[in-house]
Design a binder for this molecule. Structure first.
Ligand SMILES: Cc1cc2nc3c(=O)[nH]c(=O)nc-3n(C[C@H](O)[C@H](O)[C@H](O)COP(=O)(O)OP(=O)(O)OC[C@H]3O[C@@H](n4cnc5c(N)ncnc54)[C@H](O)[C@@H]3O)c2cc1C
Length: 402
């Protein structure tokens, strides 16, 4: 790769708004890009004659869910502390990226936990993060018991969209420092690599699908800020790992089957959460893992566990359990339609998105995050509008006209 290219890439990354103090990280990111991605030619395969329609209709709704993302201002807490004679390794606060980053943060935390030399480990929490931590400890030959208040399907991990979204609500923009970006880059790459080992398994726990994004306005057009949007500014790091996934390609009018004039096509990795959760659980139990129901009111109760080393993967539970003031719930609502086995692409327009999961067609509003809201009631208007927004794109597309 030419030094000119490296410089251009460096300057482009520097333009991401992460601040002038980030030069070392940005250079590192450019180097990563150089190592991992020789320029890849890409081909778009127009196939709209064969695209199935999303059957977005209100009477196909089978489930509406609300979950609270475990957002932490400065990013996940992966620190270590002694509580009495127990060593506690924290692994919580993954925001909207908990499934995506689970293998990455769990690899780091369990490597440290294993360095204690213990033979038995407790993991508190049975969500995406607790299960992956437990499995990594078992893969290292250790005995693991999971303790948790609740488990699938009654936890946040069960009500996630199920897409590779490794920088979603991962920290506040103010905390997007050089060292954070470096850490995120490494963690993200580790997690991504683990996920590729779950492809092609029975039940398709993880798969890649084509992905279409459409818009009524040009991609670079300024969008008016919604006056009701109270979201803080989050850190964004996605460009550091853009070499990991196929690029989105703009479609010209002859290739664009949708009613919206602007369309892009790419690919995205999705998590079929029911099947993926079962896959994780099967590995955990087949390696001798036990799950014990237990609700901890205070960290001092960790003293009562027989295991000397504990991984704390309690997600938003850590806000109360450890009094972590950096933790905030970020509410998210999803609408799930009857599965459509033939649906093989994800889709988004200006108002909503669709993920073709095997366990249900998941629809979310593009305004799907309210910070510090703990309201777990479904907002029927939000569900209705999101499904209607997808229906509009579908019924007026060329696919519908045949
Ligand atoms: C609407 C929505 C969409 C999302 N979409 C995506 C996505 O597409 N991709 C992605 O990567 N992420 C997504 N996320 C984020 C992801 O779901 C979370 O980051 C992830 O589930 C966090 O996992 P966890 O294991 O830390 O927490 P949880 O799943 O909440 O698990 C915590 C565990 O700890 C236990 N626990 C808590 N407190 C205690 C206690 N005091 N005593 C005992 N046990 C306790 C709980 O019972 C549970 O077993 C989404 C989240 C939401 C809400």
């Amino acid at each position: 790769m030419s030094s000119n290219f490296k410089r251009r890439e460096f300057l482009r990354l520097a333009g991401l708004g992460l601040g002038l103090g980030m030069t070392r990280t940005l250079a590192h990111a450019a180097d990563e890009t150089e190592v991992h991605s020789l320029p890849r030619p890409h081909t778009s395969y127009p196939q709209f004659g064969r695209l199935p329609l999303v059957r977005a209709s209100q009477d196909r709704i089978v489930k509406e869910t609300v979950g609270l993302r475990p957002f932490r201002e400065s990013g996940p807490n992966l620190s270590h502390e002694k509580i009495g004679d127990k060593s506690v390794f924290h692994n919580y606060g993954h925001g909207g990226s908990g499934w995506s980053l689970s293998w990455g943060t769990s690899s780091q935390v369990t490597t440290e936990a294993l360095s204690t030399g213990a033979a038995n480990f407790a993991v508190v929490g049975c969500g995406a993060v607790g299960l992956t931590s437990a499995i990594l400890l078992q893969r290292a030959g250790k005995e693991v018991t999971i303790y948790c208040k609740e488990r699938h399907p009654n936890i946040t991990s069960s009500v996630a969209t199920g897409v590779w979204s490794p920088d979603s609500r991962i920290c506040l923009k103010d905390h997007a420092t050089e060292s954070f970006a470096d850490w995120w880059n490494t963690t993200c790459r580790t997690s991504f690599k683990f996920y590729q080992s779950f492809l092609g398994l029975p039940g398709s726990p993880i798969e890649w699908v084509d992905s279409y994004a459409v818009s009524n306005t040009p991609w670079d057009a300024e969008r008016p800020k919604d006056p009701n949007d109270t979201q803080p500014e989050y850190g964004h790091f996605r460009d550091y790992v853009k070499d990991l996934t196929p690029r989105f390609v703009d479609l010209d009018r002859s290739e664009n089957p949708f009613r919206e004039p602007y369309a892009r096509k790419g690919s995205r990795m999705i998590f079929n959460i029911s099947a993926y959760h079962q896959t994780l659980l099967r590995e955990f139990t087949s390696l001798g893992g036990r799950i014990v129901t237990r609700d901890f009111q205070s960290p001092s109760q960790f003293q009562e566990l027989p295991e000397p080393v504990i991984v704390n993967a309690t997600g938003l539970g850590s806000q109360k359990l450890f009094g972590d003031k950096q933790m905030h719930p970020v509410r998210g609502q999803l609408t799930v339609l009857i599965p459509q086995p033939e649906l093989n692409y994800s889709f988004s327009n200006n108002d909503a998105y669709v993920i073709p999961r095997r366990d249900g067609v998941v629809i979310g509003s593009s305004k799907n995050g309210i910070i510090d809201s703990t309201n777990l009631s479904v907002d029927p208007r939000q569900s209705f509008d999101a499904v209607a927004a997808i229906a509009r794109s579908m019924t007026q597309s060329k696919i519908a006209k045949g």
